[in-house]
Every structure is written in C-alpha cells, then in structure tokens.
Ligand binder design. Structure first.
Ligand code: HEC
Ligand code: HEC
Length: 162
C-alpha cells in the first residue's frame, strides 16, 4: 500500500466515524417542540381529536384573498354530485332564510372572470379552501402578523405622518 492510499483510507475511516456521531441524536436535554422528549426512533402518542370550534364568531382574515375559516362544525355535511349541504345555507338565494354569509360573487365566476348564473364548478367543493378549526394549542411559536396589524403599524411610522 502506498502512503497516499493509506492516507485516503485513514481519512475515510475518520469521516465515517464523524458521520455516525453526527447522525445520532443527543440523548439528554434534546426536546423537540412537536415530539416532546420522546426519542426519534419511538412513535409519539398523537393527541385526541377534539370537536371543531363551533362558537359562530367569524375569524378575521390575515391577508387579502384568504378564504375565511369556518366558525361552525361541519361534521357529516353531505357534499357530492346530488347535494351540497353548505349551499343549503350559503347560496345567495338561501341566505335571507339561513342568515349565513352569502358566498361572494367570485364563487359565481369561471376562470376567465365571466359571471355565471350558477356556482362555478371550481368552487363546488367548499372544503378545498375553507376549513373548520381545532381548538388546539399551537405546537410551535409563530410571530406572523396579519394584514390589519401591519397596516396599523405602517400608519404609525413617522414617514406616513407628514
Ligand atoms: C345551517 C346553515 C349552515 C350550513 C349548512 C353551513 N353554514 Fe357556514 N355559516 C353559517 C352561518 C349562520 C355563518 C355565520 C357565522 C355563524 O353564525 O356561524 C356561517 C359562517 C361560515 C363561514 C365564515 C365566513 C366569514 O366570512 O367569516 C364559512 C367560511 C362557512 N360558513 C363555510 C361553510 C361550509 C364550507 C359549509 C359546508 C361544509 C357550511 N358553511 C355549512 C351557516 C351554515
Ligand atoms: C378555490 C377556493 C374556494 C372554494 C372551493 C370555495 N371558496 Fe369560498 N372563498 C374563497 C376565497 C378566496 C374567499 C375570499 C375572497 C372572495 O370573496 O373571493 C371566499 C369567501 C367565502 C365567503 C365569505 C364571503 C364574504 O362576502 O365575506 C363564504 C361565506 C364562502 N367563501 C363560502 C364558500 C362555500 C359555501 C363554498 C362551497 C360551495 C366555497 N366558499 C368554495 C375560496 C373558495
């Protein structure tokens, strides 16, 4: 074996030893916010599903064109080719009676912006975009600021005061 190949073999050995230690998670003091202290090779116990939020309080939107989240339970609502339970209350023709918020006019437009006399097929499956909420504690911290908060901040900067 030449000296050069000996050096190569030795450095490969050192590299693989380093890779092994790097791949092992530190055993103590390592807590993942989502897994807790459960070691990475063991399954965690998922939290039990709670009932959806059902307080009927509309949730403010965080950015323009955000589909509003659903403030009521929707379990078992039928949405298929025969019937759409959501439209039973939210269709523009039904809201006088149901007092639900009518779907906006964008829901009656095709993809080129042409107005239709019926709900667009693109908007038929409501829960592609609108989701009910879980009363769950956030798993990780989040400093996201919504549109309204940013607008307020913007309005207070000296540049805007004049
Ligand atoms: C029995 C009538 C009824 C049915 C059925 C119904 N909703 Fe509602 N929905 C309401 C009412 C009333 C509100 C207004 C807030 C409240 O009282 O809960 C509302 C609020 C909402 C909002 C909030 C809108 C906003 O601007 O904040 C969304 C989104 C929504 N519903 C989506 C749905 C979807 C999707 C379905 C079907 C899976 C559905 N709803 C079925 C009555 C209904
Ligand atoms: C492709 C996504 C998408 C689908 C599917 C969809 N929506 Fe929406 N929806 C939106 C977006 C985005 C908004 C907010 C902007 C707007 O009004 O277009 C909205 C707004 C709404 C609002 C609030 C209207 C207002 O004036 O404040 C209601 C209520 C609603 N949708 C109900 C429904 C129902 C019921 C269905 C099913 C029949 C449905 N949506 C299907 C994206 C969607």
């Amino acid at each position: 074996m030449t000296l050069r190949s000996l050096v190569t073999v030795l450095s490969l050995l050192a590299l693989s030893a380093w890779a092994q230690t790097a791949a092992t998670p530190p055993s103590k003091g390592f807590v993942d916010a989502m897994r807790g202290p459960v070691p990475i090779d063991q399954p965690t116990k998922p939290p039990v599903l709670a009932n959806n939020v059902n307080d009927d309080q509309r949730v403010p939107r965080n950015y323009e064109w955000q589909p509003p989240v659903i403030p009521h339970r929707v379990d078992g609502y039928q949405i298929d080719k025969n019937f759409n339970k959501c439209l039973d209350c939210h269709a523009r023709a039904k809201t006088d009676f149901s007092h639900a918020i009518p779907v906006s006019e964008t829901h009656y437009m095709d993809r080129s912006g042409k107005k239709l006399d019926h709900l667009s097929t693109r908007r038929y499956f409501c829960m592609q975009c609108h989701v009910p909420q879980e009363p769950a504690r956030p798993l990780v911290g989040n400093t996201f600021e919504g549109f309204d908060a940013l607008m307020k901040k913007g309005a207070q900067t000296p540049a805007n005061k004049k």
